[in-house]
Design a binder for this molecule. Structure first.
Ligand SMILES: [Cu+2]
Length: 285
């Protein structure tokens, strides 16, 4: 885990706060240096060509062209390095994000529903079960259309703009959208995923540092796009339980009272773990 991140920092990359993020930082940092070297190399070659083949020096065109194999070797090396970066590092790293999800019991599952112009979060509450959602029940006071007659939904927690998660526990965020394509982007966690109407797309990360981080929408989704900026708060497990309790009490009036979370609350929701992103199931819960 190296701390060498000169270009990343220079370009405004915030410090990493997730367990996998340093791998992404390494590959970004290396790519920037590699591109920098290519830029210097190609620029020098361009200037050399301008001078070497200027009209005064080369009044007649040489139709045979270059005979030296050096340029072929150079170009082959560049292709080889790029292939290693892509096939050896980038694709395996991406594959791990979209295929190797943590076991359902270990991770915290949260539904992230994007809409113009906010992210709404749906947590299962004390019973660990997500309530049924129906698009026909969506209203201003029930933005996710949770069925009031479904007992599993009585204690569900719905928040907009701010999501709390506990530190050092994998989080699976299942993304969906109510209108256009958005992108749930957590720059500090080095993770992002598109929220597409009609699709459920899971992403996952493990926060390793407590703190308050930015949530942004990374798809230009309309005039109020900027307003989708929100907050991710990574809590200690105790603070997280306190937040859950507070949310449950706040929701008490509208969605039914909730007993204070017992240790069982801390267990993973028993809900269906999401399928890999490669085959998102059609949405419409
Ligand atoms: Cu958006």
């Amino acid at each position: 885990m190296s701390s060498l991140a000169l270009i990343n920092e220079f370009l405004g990359q915030p410090p990493n706060a997730s367990s996998h993020g340093y791998q992404i930082d390494h590959i970004l940092e290396f790519c920037h240096w590699f591109m920098g070297a290519l830029f210097v190399g190609w620029s020098a070659f361009f200037i050399y060509v301008l001078l070497r083949f200027r009209k005064r020096r080369q009044p007649a065109a040489d139709h045979a062209g270059v005979r030296s194999p050096i340029s072929t070797h150079l170009e082959f090396s560049v292709v080889l390095i790029e292939a290693v970066l892509l096939l050896g590092f980038a694709i395996p790293l991406w594959g791990k994000r979209v295929n190797q999800f943590p076991p359902g019991k270990e991770a915290l599952l949260v539904h992230v529903v994007a809409a113009q112009f906010s992210f709404t979060y749906h947590l299962p509450g004390a019973d660990g079960q997500f309530g049924r959602r129906d698009v026909n029940l969506v209203s201003n006071s029930n933005p996710l259309g949770i069925d009031p007659n479904d007992p599993a939904g009585k204690d569900d927690i719905v928040t907009t703009g701010e999501l709390h998660v506990p530190v050092d526990r994998p989080v699976i965020a299942e993304l969906s959208s109510k209108d256009v394509i958005h992108d749930f982007f957590l720059p500090d966690m080095r993770i992002a995923g598109d929220a597409i109407p009609g699709s459920l797309i899971p992403i996952w990360f493990t926060p390793v540092k407590t703190g308050t981080y930015e949530v942004v929408c990374a798809q230009l989704c309309g005039l109020g796009h900027y307003g989708m900026k929100g907050t991710l708060v990574v809590d200690t497990p105790q603070d997280y339980q306190a937040w859950l309790k507070e949310r449950a009490e706040l929701a008490g009036g509208t969605q039914g009272a909730v007993a204070s979370p017992s240790p069982a609350t801390q267990q993973q929701p028993q809900h269906n773990p999401p399928a890999p992103a490669a085959s998102p199931s059609p949405g419409g819960e």
